[in-house]
Design a binder for this molecule. Structure first.
Ligand code: GLV
Length: 317
């Protein structure tokens, strides 16, 4: 009998212990006999690691790793770890059940913005049958980033009747989504967007992308929803444009520092809704399935770069 493949699990706030069984079962279904160990700093001779913000020593102690799996979509913090070996393949999750939840979150807030639904929470002081019942052309939703997540957000908004445009590094063809691409397409994209949804990864190209100049290209009265990465937006510029009235509101799920410090202005700003990075929780079973299938293919000799979720380090995602 072949000895089990050893896999280190280091998932920080994601509760590593709860992942072991789904990962083991998914590996068994994929035909891989694996032994998962909660990584405690001692060398286990791991061939793979499943991580979320792992301790830096993982990479100096486990020198036999053939690939590291990020149990989320965003890899910017993993890639920034000083000890990450330059040649170690990094894999990220592609959708894995996160995208529909993020699309649901975004569409919930779009409905709240466009239909005045805030008024109807709790018992009213007096019965009140008045409501906004918008019957005109709905506002245009613009989605920044059309990867697995952005594409589902764009298509969900379109399903709910919104005109939708998307902006990505390279042009994308998606039903019902007008495509804009590259630096040259950004100004036009922003000028025709009334609800901007940020679903970008944080890379050298997207860092601080939405500064005062770019956010000012949105029409007056626009709204922003950020489910991507906070580093793509300059906080002070966003706050200034909200204060000046150019932007009507912001819904923010991601922050430069998390948890968002209690004194941060976002918590107290009347035009800002803060949610604690919950729009796209990683669902264990589909994520474990995706990781197990990739491990099975690697074990059969596939090149990491041929698998979905292989991170091109130079590109940053
Ligand atoms: C969450 O932020 C993720 O990157 O999956």
């Amino acid at each position: 009998m072949t000895s089990p493949v050893r896999i280190a699990v280091a998932l920080s706030s994601m509760k590593s212990a709860e992942w072991v069984e789904p990962l083991r079962e998914a590996c068994a279904r994929a035909g891989v006999t694996a032994r998962f160990e909660l990584w405690d700093g001692r060398r286990i001779d791991a061939r793979y690691a499943v991580v979320w913000l792992p301790p830096a020593e993982l990479f100096t102690v486990e020198t036999g790793l053939r690939a590291v799996f990020n149990a989320g979509a965003g890899v910017e913090r993993l890639l920034a770890m000083a000890g990450l070996p330059p040649g170690l393949p990094v894999m990220r999750l592609v959708d894995a059940g996160m995208a529909p939840k993020m699309a649901e979150y975004v569409c919930f807030y779009i409905a709240r913005i466009t239909r005045g639904l805030d008024r109807f929470g709790g018992a009213p002081a007096l019965p009140d049958w008045n409501a906004d019942r918008p019957r005109g052309r709905p506002p245009t939703v613009g989605v920044l980033g059309l990867g697995a997540i952005g594409a589902q957000i764009a298509q969900a908004a379109n399903l709910f009747g919104y005109p939708v445009r998307g902006w990505s590094r390279t042009p994308k063809q998606l039903d019902g989504v007008e495509s804009f691409a590259g630096a040259a397409g950004l100004a036009d994209f922003l000028a025709g967007t009334q609800i901007l949804v940020d679903a970008l990864p944080l890379t050298e190209e997207t860092r601080d992308l939405l500064d005062r100049a770019r956010l000012s290209q949105l029409p007056a009265g626009s709204h922003l929803i950020n489910v991507g990465r906070a580093g793509t937006i300059v906080d002070d510029d966003l706050l200034a444009l909200l204060d000046e009235g150019h932007l009507a509101s912001a819904v923010l799920d991601v922050f430069r520092v998390e948890p968002l410090p209690p004194e941060h202005r976002f918590w107290h700003h009347p035009k800002v809704t803060v949610t604690p990075h919950l729009s796209g929780p990683t669902p264990r079973e589909p994520a474990a399935q995706q990781i197990a299938e990739a491990i099975a293919r690697l074990e059969r000799g596939a090149a990491p770069s041929s698998l979905p979720g292989f991170v091109e380090r130079a590109r940053g995602y």
